[in-house]
Design a binder for this molecule. Structure first.
Ligand SMILES: NC(=O)c1ccc[n+]([C@@H]2O[C@H](COP(=O)([O-])OP(=O)(O)OC[C@H]3O[C@@H](n4cnc5c(N)ncnc54)[C@H](OP(=O)(O)O)[C@@H]3O)[C@@H](O)[C@H]2O)c1
Length: 330
């Protein structure tokens, strides 16, 4: 019987259990994948703890948005895929309905993409959350143009590194933030034009000196919390700010910045791309073109075996990572 990660109560990484669970035949519009690699996201740690934007249904909750593997069965009406196809999942479903943490998974065909032979399973599991989010933030919503400056906060995250690559791919200038100097050189090596260490540098002063006093054209931020009041001051008067996460659980003091009124501010969630047929079509072409050109390439921080799923979640929450955490399925 294939092993699947389940949790029966909310809590820390220790609630994740690897269990033998019978796997269904895929239903209409679904397919079954023999999983080779699973991509981890902060969303899943929040979901496991009951702190995500929707809550798990307990007991026997599944989790996971990203995986790569080989199709082993297709349900009625699925014409684009056949057994033996290498594929990746795209986060276009709710974890209350499907999950990717398992040796075999059933998933809607609408949330699956073909994986070219040149893309191995680890890369295929690291791509689709970070790059559909980065694409949505910078291209679909942010509308960045060559020469624009883009402030990428928490830049060592998987989305942050994808955003740096996407900005460079489009000829924009990525300015990265990290809290300490520990990851500074790696961010420069990963393509950041400039790195600001927010624990010991003044974010607004640095951004203004890097942008001729103007501020950035776009800031993309998964931190939120009290630092948002500072961040808005680093954005140009005609620039934009997109908040897409809440790594800092502390409340955002309101009003954030009264003088920011009229500037282009919004939140963003990846499903604005992955559940929108036209945007997802563009995202797939953009990401696949970037992979072929070599300008988009996920940074993998560390891999774990499926049996060490608890350790992998501990590492995810340690904030020591630089890029994506992957779980491999032997
Ligand atoms: N809206 C969406 O559609 C969407 C999609 C994907 C992810 N997200 C969100 O994006 C964020 C990153 O997710 P991920 O899985 O890519 O990355 P991740 O691996 O969880 O990113 C962790 C990095 O964020 C920084 N960080 C953590 N806590 C922080 C805090 N309190 N203040 C400042 N920086 C902090 C740390 O970098 P340093 O140690 O270098 O400072 C850390 O290495 C999460 O909030 C996630 O929920 C949102």
């Amino acid at each position: 019987m294939p092993r699947t990660v389940l949790f029966h109560e909310l809590g820390g990484p220790e609630v994740l259990q690897l269990e033998d669970v019978p796997i269904n035949e895929p239903g209409p519009g679904e397919l079954r994948i023999r999983v080779e690699a699973i991509g981890l996201n902060r969303a899943e740690a929040l979901f496991r703890a009951g702190a995500y934007i929707y809550r798990p249904v307990l007991p026997s909750a599944r989790l996971g948005y990203e995986a790569a593997g080989i199709v082993d069965a297709v349900g009625a009406g699925v014409t684009d895929f056949a057994p033996g196809d290498p594929v990746s999942t795209v986060p276009a479903f709710l974890m209350t309905e499907y999950g990717t943490y398992g040796e075999q998974i059933v998933i809607p065909a609408s949330a699956v993409v073909h994986r070219p032979e040149t893309v191995d399973a680890v890369t295929g599991a690291a791509l689709w959350m970070a790059y559909t989010t980065g694409y949505g933030l910078l291209v679909e919503i942010g509308g960045i143009r060559p020469g624009d400056t883009v402030l990428v906060t928490a830049a060592s995250s998987s989305v942050g590194l994808a955003a740096i690559q996407i900005a460079n791919h489009l000829g924009a200038v990525p300015i990265a933030t990290t809290r300490t100097a520990a990851k500074k050189q790696r961010l420069l090596d990963a393509g950041a034009s400039h790195v600001i260490t927010t624990d010991d540098e003044d974010l607004v002063d640095r951004v203004r000196s890097l942008t001729g006093g103007r501020g950035v054209d776009l800031a993309v931020d998964p931190i939120a919390g009290p630092s948002l009041s500072t961040l808005v001051q680093a954005v140009a008067p005609d620039g934009g700010l997109i908040v897409y996460g809440f790594l800092d659980p502390n409340p955002i003091p309101l009003p954030v910045a009264p003088d920011f009124a009229g500037r282009n501010t919004r939140t963003f969630i990846f499903s604005e791309v992955t559940l929108n047929e036209a945007r997802l079509h563009r995202a797939k072409h953009f990401i696949q073109a970037g992979l072929r050109a070599g300008s988009l390439a996920p940074v993998v921080s560390r891999t774990f075996d499926l049996a060490a799923i608890g350790k992998a979640h501990h590492y995810l929450e340690s904030n020591d990572q630089f890029g994506k955490i992957i779980v491999t399925v032997p």
